[in-house]
Design a binder for this molecule. Structure first.
Ligand SMILES: N[C@@H](CCC(=O)N[C@@H](CS)C(=O)NCC(=O)O)C(=O)O
Length: 156
């Protein structure tokens, strides 16, 4: 039976896994942050949540949107739009025979860019901070897409 280390550089796969887990945890933390802000700002999305967690008489008016909650929700959606494709692309990329140094540059740059994007969105920092960090993350993903397609073309 073919062993995994015969088809992939285990150091590259380990690096992928490490940075993937960091960025996944970062993205997952946005759910509890949303929940925390919903309770703190008394802004619920469902009548049953407002009934259970809304405080006092004003609790009836807590079925509403809040700018801070919506900001975290937009960040979460943006993470989903960018991090899910990255996870697939970077995983395939780690099987292309790429050197550990080159793979690390891609994985670290993407992780750093998305961490900075999160800070820029939550603080919020003035533009173009968020736009640039989004751009760097997208550039990294497209760099790997290009190399995957180039490898594929060479197989034809
Ligand atoms: N779905 C995004 C597509 C473009 C995008 O991702 N832009 C970056 C840099 S400006 C961003 O952080 N957008 C804010 C967002 O998705 O909420 C949007 O609606 O803005």
């Amino acid at each position: 039976m073919t062993k995994l280390n015969e088809i992939v550089d285990m150091d590259v796969l380990r690096a992928y896994t490490f940075y993937a887990v960091i960025i996944i945890i970062k993205m997952m933390l946005l759910s509890p942050l949303t929940g925390y802000l919903r309770v703190k700002k008394q802004a619920f999305a469902n009548p049953e949540d407002a009934a259970a967690l809304g405080k006092g008489e004003a609790g009836k008016k807590t079925l509403r949107t809040d700018p801070d909650v919506e900001r975290v929700r937009r960040l979460h959606l943006n993470d989903l739009e960018n991090i899910i494709p990255y996870l697939f692309i970077a995983f395939f990329y780690s099987f292309t025979g790429v050197s550990e140094t080159t793979a690390l540059i891609h994985y670290r740059l993407f992780t750093a860019a998305r961490l900075f994007h999160t800070i820029a969105y939550l603080v919020p920092l003035p533009q173009p901070c968020r736009g640039l960090s989004f751009g760097v993350g997208s550039f990294v993903t497209f760099s790997m897409i290009f190399q995957l397609l180039w490898n594929g073309l060479n197989l034809l």
